[in-house]
Design a protein around this ligand. Sequence first.
Ligand code: TRP
Length: 328
Amino acid sequence: MGTRQTILSGMRPTGKLHLGHLVGALENWVKLQGEYDNYHLIADYHALTTDPDSSRIWSNSIDMLLDWLAAGVDPARSPVFRQSQIKEHTELHLILSMLITAARLERNPAVKEQVRDLNIENVSYGHLGYPVLQAADILLYKGDLVPVGEDQVPHVEIAREIARRFNNQYGAVFPEPEPKLTHFPRLPGLDGLEKKMSKSAGNTILLSDSPEEILKKMKTAVTDPLKVRRNDPGRPEVCLVYRYHQKFNPSGSAEIEAGCRSGALGCVECKATIAGVIASHLSPFRERRAHFESRPGEVTEILADGEARARARARTTMAEVRRAMNMG
Ligand code: TRP
């Protein structure tokens, strides 16, 4: 083909991002930006599916965008934009909503899980349509690949089905997008190896945390319950702090493992070591974040520029859609 493939990645604006976002998504986004055409979407309409309160969406979007930029997302190469500012998302969403049954959406395990986790009694029409809106996000930019974690795969599957339906019904307009899974397993939160790091669980280290905050939080991390005293032998395989060593301190993790097993290394020292490693790993990040934080005008310009470029691409696709549908 010769032309570059397109990647569409997105996140709901939940505010400041944490280490799990860096490891699970952002590092990957940054790595991919040289090889593909990337679009980075702030899913602010999606935020309304679980909470109609829109008062914090703007500040949460900016906080998230600062973290993207600090992580190395290059807005000159890869447009960053809010879904709500490109009206083509709502148009395509409406058209695509005719191409999937309500029963199919009711079976979607990702929405089911969310409804269960958030104790939602009656799911709204819009929430049920979450994956349809996501399909519009992806297909508007003719995304070939969607970098996601396991939990999002059912959504991408629905986007594929909808793309196929559209192409059969009206003519070949859309590629069938594929999930691009990240390989590093989910980062555990500070409260246990089997709990993933997440804002709602309150077990996070934020990318913007200071070295002091990181150390303070790390001290609360749950370790091997059988290692009670400093010299008790521990089991690194059940310890989330060791998992952090494997990820952020790969060259030192063999020594940590040996020290933990023999009992020579205590948890307090082990935690202080990894807190220091993570703090220095995040230090260039904090510097870049501070740079953008002190230049709010620059950040809104970056967003406006990204939105203009995304809009141009979205318009082109919608023109093709209308032509294919004979609704031009
Ligand atoms: N559903 C995604 C999440 O919860 C956010 C999202 C919205 C998205 N639109 C997207 C992700 C398009 C990838 C592509 O994080």
